[in-house]
Design a protein around this ligand. Structure first.
Ligand code: C5P
Length: 285
């Protein structure tokens, strides 16, 4: 990444509830921050992608769903868990200030920036060229403590809190890496990819569907394992758990959720709006 590094360039905003339950707000240096409880989880949200498959427009994380930016939904989904005490948002490098003001303007009364529970801190750092680099930059901003670290795509704004809690519990129970997963509805083929889209591609294999899982986020990790994976594993990957697999360590799945789908293509936006509308009808969400 060309340009600024988080620690020098971006002040850390901290919001916390004091013992009387009123909000206090301050901009503190990393050294001044109160030590987090190791039992609490931190979440890194990579949100620095352009989202080209969604069509032209704002970076994907800043597109709105039900009038609220996708990133805000994602932050709220993480902060809804009582086990999450820190969310690190990794913003497009040129959009850090915009993301910070967006989080500020979506704070709920008594809650953290972005609309999380009171007691959830939110940091914003600049992202990189690839998802992997963005996650690594988010990890570098983590203060000491937080033995459980989750990585959650901003592009999965509607993941239910139960899924978040299930992942955290599995890590606390001793799994070094945990991924929420669902059996695929479609049969999946391995092909020889064509150089040009739309050209017929030879099929080379049909993996047995019963053994396949489509994985989602948040993916959860023992902190030491995730830091090691990002330090030692090179090469293109599409999720963090596969980096842990490359270290030869055990990765397990827990049940995912159909509402944790990734908003990637225009039709996903239609589905996400419908899910939100149903939630609002059902529980005044
Ligand atoms: O491109 P893809 O859909 O796999 O992106 C997954 C997540 O990674 C998105 O939330 C996106 O904003 C993020 N990302 C990032 N930095 C990049 C590329 C993607 O934070 N350079």
């Amino acid at each position: 990444m060309a340009g600024v590094r988080f620690a020098e360039a971006i002040p850390i905003r901290v919001e916390h509830t004091n013992l009387t339950g009123t909000m206090s707000e301050a901009v503190l240096s990393q050294e001044e921050r109160p030590a987090p409880s190791a039992a609490h989880a931190a979440v890194v949200i990579p949100a620095a992608g352009r989202g080209v498959r969604l069509g032209p427009g704002a970076p994907k994380a800043l597109r709105t769903l039900g009038g609220t930016p996708m990133l805000i939904h994602a932050v709220r989904a993480m902060a809804a868990s009582r086990h999450v005490s820190l969310v690190v948002v990794v913003a497009p490098p040129e959009g850090v200030a915009e993301v910070r003001s967006l989080l500020d303007s979506h704070a709920l009364p008594g809650g953290a920036p972005g609309g999380g529970r009171a007691g959830t801190d939110v940091l914003v750092v600049a992202g990189g060229e690839t998802r992997q680099e963005s996650v690594r930059l988010g990890l570098e901003a983590l203060p000491a403590g937080h033995e459980v670290v989750l990585v959650h795509d901003a592009a999965r704004p509607l993941v239910p809190v139960d899924t978040v809690d299930t992942v955290i519990e599995a890590v606390r129970d001793g799994a070094p890496a945990v991924v929420p997963a669902l059996p695929p509805a479609d049969t999946v083929k391995e092909v020889e990819p064509a150089a040009v889209a739309g050209v017929p591609e030879p099929v080379v294999a049909t993996p047995e569907r019963a053994r396949l899982r489509a994985v989602q986020t948040p993916q959860g990790f023992d902190r030491t394992t995730l830091l090691r994976a990002h330090k030692e594993v090179d090469g293109e990957v599409t999720d963090d758990a596969s980096m842990v697999e490359r270290l030869g360590l055990r990765v397990v799945t827990v049940p995912g959720h159909e509402e944790a789908f990734k908003v990637t293509r225009p039709l996903d936006l239609v589905l996400a709006e419908a899910v939100l509308a149903r939630r609002r009808r059902n529980d005044g969400f």
